[in-house]
Design a protein around this ligand. Structure first.
Ligand SMILES: NC(=O)c1ccc[n+]([C@@H]2O[C@H](COP(=O)([O-])OP(=O)(O)OC[C@H]3O[C@@H](n4cnc5c(N)ncnc54)[C@H](OP(=O)(O)O)[C@@H]3O)[C@@H](O)[C@H]2O)c1
Length: 297
């Protein structure tokens, strides 16, 4: 079986990729920051050349959206320069690169669902660095799949679901933003989608499915509705035993340095048509595994 080279093995998605390759018995070389700092081009080239993978997968990124406003240089280095270097390495070795991007490449003003070809216009520093990263892939390689995803949560790492579970323990009421809409996406489903694409590439070497694809959760909800869903499951599973008032508020109620798109809804038609991949079923993950989001790491 062909070997995958996974970068960013300690992130939410990277960790799930590592777990799933183990379950599938798929040969994988997984790097974490201590083995490979992605900004070290020489080290990247050396490791990939030594391992000779058949696919390069990048799950690493500078993901602190607020911090990126003050630290754009670092965000740009990790999300654009390093990604361009990964594309160059993959190009030299004639292997595909699978890279993850974000709904934050859009400004959120579209009144409908975002298809992949809608004009990009990031409204924060993180989104700008990620869009430049997409461009760096496209400029340096011809065999790539870029997956744009949104609102990622997983059992490993920091995320909205864990924050809410913690707040349910300490608060009697919560005010949650209700004018941003998007698809919460389970990190395990992103990992599965990526490994399904790897499988497709191996089984269909003559196909050229290169390009940008959306992959996110369905149904789309606001942060407030998502919170109400988490709370309902938490009550059902007896992870919370008190009434908590969950109130909708406008984005302006929580001023932040980084602006967020109001509409993050991504169309899943293209990925379904080409790879037969379904949207992430975020409510299933809550239903079966919410207790795992209470464990402290
Ligand atoms: N999180 C979201 O809501 C969201 C939404 C849309 C798109 N995305 C995209 O989805 C992908 C996966 O996100 P995620 O939530 O899994 O991210 P994450 O949990 O923040 O993981 C990112 C990983 O990248 C690693 N990393 C950062 N800088 C590095 C460097 N210089 N060298 C080596 N490793 C480095 C981090 O290492 P350490 O563990 O050592 O810090 C971390 O393990 C990213 O491309 C992200 O932009 C995420």
């Amino acid at each position: 079986m062909n070997k995958v080279f996974i970068i960013g093995g300690n992130g939410q998605v990277g960790y799930c990729l590592k777990q799933q390759t183990e379950v599938l018995n798929m040969p994988a070389f997984v790097t974490t920051r201590d083995m490979l700092d992605v900004t070290d081009y020489e080290q990247l080239k050396k490791l990939v050349a030594t391992e000779k993978p058949s696919v390069l997968i990048n799950a690493s990124a500078y993901t602190n959206v607020e911090q990126a406003e003050d630290d754009y240089e670092k965000a740009y280095e990790v999300n654009c320069v390093a990604v361009g270097n990964m594309a160059k390495v993959a190009h030299e070795l004639h292997i595909p690169l699978i890279h993850i991007s974000t709904d934050y490449v859009f400004d959120g003003t579209c009144d409908r669902i975002y298809t992949e070809d809608k004009p990009t216009n990031p409204i924060n520093a993180y989104g700008k660095s990620k869009l430049l990263g997409e461009n760096a892939v496209i400029e340096n390689h011809d065999q790539y799949v870029i997956l744009r995803t949104s609102w990622v949560f997983g059992q490993h790492g920091k995320n909205f679901v864990k924050t809410m579970m913690r707040l349910f323990g300490s608060k009697d009421s919560l005010k949650v933003v209700d004018d941003q809409i998007g698809g919460p996406t389970f990190a395990g489903d992103i990992a599965k989608a990526i490994l399904d694409i790897v499988d497709y590439l191996h089984k269909n070497p003559e196909k050229q499915p290169w390009g940008i694809y959306n992959f996110s959760g369905f149904p789309n909800v606001t942060w407030c509705t998502f919170t109400k869903n988490i709370y309902a499951v938490a009550l059902e599973k007896k992870l919370v035993d008190k009434y908590i008032k969950i109130e909708p508020v406008a984005t302006e109620f929580y001023p932040t340095k980084a602006k967020r798109p109001k509409n993050s809804q991504l169309s899943m038609k293209k990925i379904k048509d080409v790879f037969d991949i379904d949207p992430s079923d975020w409510s299933r993950e809550l239903k079966y595994n919410l207790e795992k989001y209470c464990e402290q790491e």
